[in-house]
Design a protein around this ligand. Structure first.
Ligand SMILES: Nc1ncnc2c1ncn2[C@@H]1O[C@H](COP(=O)(O)OP(=O)(O)O)[C@@H](O)[C@H]1O
Ligand SMILES: [Mg+2]
Length: 458
């Protein structure tokens, strides 16, 4: 017998992007928040008929990264939509099953379709094609929808959500103290949740979703909010929920959390399911570094003319030596490694910042560096025209391991041109060997960084 609890078949979601909207986009979160009254629903096996989103009730993109025309057309060309882009598939041909008790992670870059998938599973959005069947009670914590009634207090919301999940008052009361303690909102229990800070709100939403014993817990990016302590608590709670035999589907950019928690992971790219596996570490590395780890990854070339904007057009980024000669992706720790960025400054702008963001193997950001980090007289010239800038990575700093280097560019505090961890292009660097001349440092040490620092007698 097939004992799936979630079965997704050939799921697709098409959205329409409107023209001539200027800057007046409706935030996605507004639209969904209006539509969704509650995130707790009884969901019986239900198939969803084909339903195209009508042109009369379009929803515009809310992501700020697409607020300029350039970003939008880059998006539509990436998704194969007609130039100027109207319809595009946020999700297409996605099929998978989840069995009871599984903890499944969903990973992918921003815009890959992860939230769209979870919104279809919670019935906040209907698919354009295909279907999602769910057996059991779903509790969800989505980035846009916590299922709370803003006018009601924290206390009232706990009871309302429990009731929607089919729990009796006594059952909810039994869980009540645990929820309140977990969310750390004792003092604000009788305050309407609209007065809560976003941190409190999410803490309560997570506590409610995780404690009210749903069959399936869907969680979208909860770890993006809240402090490290709370994130740890959430992870702990999710494993507890899973150990209790319940099913958890978990979207996160935190690859540590994904590896720690999930027994299986799906990787989405541009709305497509590119792989699915129980070998979680392998998929995480594929997501972070692409499928190959050889030569080509030390160079990025903007072959499809992405990142069109009025200021800076990035053409190439690559690893090189001190004179700009390209080098391989694999380097020793003691080698001098440089990163060069070639591009065209189209319009001079004193706010233009071009640089790199360096990430560790698990996706943790190690640092950013911009061309204008030093005092002004030392900045490279960034006047109109073709420009090449080069930076030396700090010597003997990075540990043995694999790093992702993103090309990031912005108009300082105004606009991203290449946004880190969103659409920024990247290359890879593998540090292997050459750790130190010391006989005491022959093997890789723990820690993301492995600086060889100078010690002196004083
Ligand atoms: N209501 C909507 N209208 C138009 N486009 C949308 C809407 N919701 C999401 N999108 C677009 O669909 C794509 C997938 O979005 P989403 O599922 O939120 O991605 P993720 O959660 O992986 O970052 C993105 O390009 C996003 O901008
Ligand atoms: Mg999302």
């Amino acid at each position: 017998m097939n004992n799936y609890i979630i079965k997704v078949e050939n799921l697709g979601k098409q959205y329409r992007i409107l023209h001539n909207q200027g800057e007046h986009y409706t935030a996605l979160r507004d639209v969904v928040a209006r539509k969704a009254a509650a995130s707790f629903r009884w969901i019986v096996e239900q198939s969803t008929k084909r339903k195209m989103q009508s042109a009369k009730s379009p929803v515009a993109l809310g992501d700020s990264k697409f607020k300029n025309g350039a970003g939008r057309s880059a998006l539509s060309s990436a998704l194969g939509a007609p130039p100027g882009g109207e319809d595009f598939w946020a999700l297409r041909n996605v099929s998978f099953e989840v069995k009871q008790g599984e903890v499944m992670g969903i990973i992918g870059r921003n815009g890959a379709g992860k939230s769209t998938l979870l919104k279809i599973l919670t019935r906040i959005t209907e698919p354009t094609e295909g279907r999602a069947r769910i057996r059991g009670r779903v509790a969800s914590l989505l980035e846009v929808d916590t299922g709370f009634h803003l006018e009601l207090t924290g206390r009232e919301n706990i009871f309302v959500n429990g009731a929607i999940l089919g729990m009796t008052r006594a059952e909810i009361a039994k869980k009540f103290d645990e929820i309140v303690a977990f969310a750390e909102i004792e003092k604000f229990l009788d305050t309407p949740v609209k007065r809560y800070s976003s941190g409190m709100y999410v803490r309560l939403a997570f506590a409610v979703a995780a404690h009210l014993e749903p069959d399936i817990l869907l969680v979208d990016e909860v770890l993006a909010v809240g402090d490290a302590e709370f994130q740890k608590k959430c992870l702990g709670k999710m494993s507890e929920v899973a150990e209790g035999g319940r099913t958890v589907v978990f979207v996160s950019h935190n690859m540590n959390a994904i590896e720690e928690l999930c027994g299986r992971v799906l990787l989405l790219e541009h709305g497509k399911l590119v792989c699915e596996s129980r070998r979680v570490g392998e998929i995480v590395r594929r997501y972070l570094f692409g499928s190959g780890t050889d030569g080509a990854s030390a160079v990025w070339v903007n072959s499809d003319n992405s990142f069109q904007n009025s200021w800076f057009f990035p053409e190439r980024m690559y690893l090189c030596d001190a004179s700009g000669r390209p080098i391989a992706a694999v380097q020793r720790k003691v080698d001098h490694i440089f990163v060069q960025i070639d591009g065209v400054v189209k319009k001079a702008n004193s706010s233009l910042c071009v640089g790199i963001a360096v990430f560790a193997e698990n996706g943790s950001l190690l640092f950013w560096s911009y061309h204008n980090d030093q005092r002004e007289q030392w900045w490279p010239q960034m006047g109109v025209g073709k420009r090449s800038i080069r930076v030396a990575l700090p010597a003997k700093l990075l540990n043995e391991g694999t790093y992702r280097i993103e090309l990031i560019a912005s108009l300082h505090f105004q606009q991203w041109l290449c946004k880190p961890e969103a659409n920024a292009p990247s290359i890879q660097l593998h540090i292997q060997g050459g750790l130190s001349e010391s006989p005491f440092w022959r093997a890789k040490r723990p820690g993301w960084l492995g600086p060889t620092l100078e010690w002196h007698e004083v």
